[in-house]
Design a protein around this ligand. Sequence first.
Ligand code: TXA
Ligand code: MG
Length: 335
Amino acid sequence: MGIIDKAADVIISGGLVAFPTETVYGLGGDGLNPSASERIYAAKGRPSDNPLILHISDISQLEPLVKEIPENAVRLYEKFWPGPLTLIFKKSAVVPYETSGGLDTVAVRFPSNAVAQRLISASKTPIAAPSANTSGRPSPTRASHVAYDLDGKIDIILDGGACDFGLESTIVDVSEDIPCLLRPGAITLEMLRDVLGKVNVDKAVTDMLEGGELPKAPGMKYTHYSPNADVIIVRGERQKIVQKINELIADTDIRLKVGVIATEENKYSYKGCEVLVAGSIKEPEKIASNLFKMLRKCDHHGIDRVFAEGLPENEIGLAIMNRLKKAAGYHIIDA
Ligand code: TXA
Ligand code: MG
């Protein structure tokens, strides 16, 4: 029996399998089995009011999971599935509340990664899968990241190498008349608006929420992606960012180990710190795919405080800055 069939047997019998997708690694269980969902929450240490995404490997699996398929959903999935896009629908009775975190809606995604597709097909059920990290930690983009967080708590890890995009899927709520972006990703706001025209953006995508405000994606309310180091974003004109970060480093207590998450272009500009190069400013997709690895590296290198160069918040930059802001707890300094 091949490893995929073995992993599918684990899913069918209620166990947990970590598997690669084109975004990040997922921690999968049978999405229609309430006790599998409960095991997922327990392994991640995740609050059970934070719903899971159901992963499918054929468009025919969508209809039974949802109450209706709005026209806007069809336009999006015809263009972007399989791929890094999750859609929120009103849920059908088939989806257990344990999977949907008690909500009347359900998140569905059709990943393009071949291992993910083969696992879902062989399991013959939609696979519920959050990112395969311990709750609050950066999402895993390598099998080794999954093992570091979850070894001993799950049954199998399928190693599919590094993930292509490295940031979690774009989430769009299509259950209401005007679609709403809940989490930015590789399918950018510009791409969504090209297809749909008007798309709202949930406040939690760009801004810190005030007391009493709730994000539409429950997971966006938790502190996230955080290494042990304090993360501070420095944004502004490119040259001013470098100058400001060097000033901030000079002002930092010398007992602290300082790091900078820098662009390739600026890697020789920082003094008295460890420089982690995320990629060239000309290739922001590369920066996106390296970001979580950089945040994890901060821990492995014992960094206490890390300054991250801010990026323009358009196209993939919106998703990069969204993850960085959450890692930084919205600690942003304007240069
Ligand atoms: O790329 C991805 O989406 C990865 C891979 C494994 O597919 N999965 C992932 O899952 O990022 P997770 O659980 O880490 O993030 C899912 C997000 C959470 O913020 C959750 O609150 C939100 O989706 N979500 C899930 N169901 C929802 C719903 N019915 N309504 C609103 N938000 C929902
Ligand atoms: Mg996650």
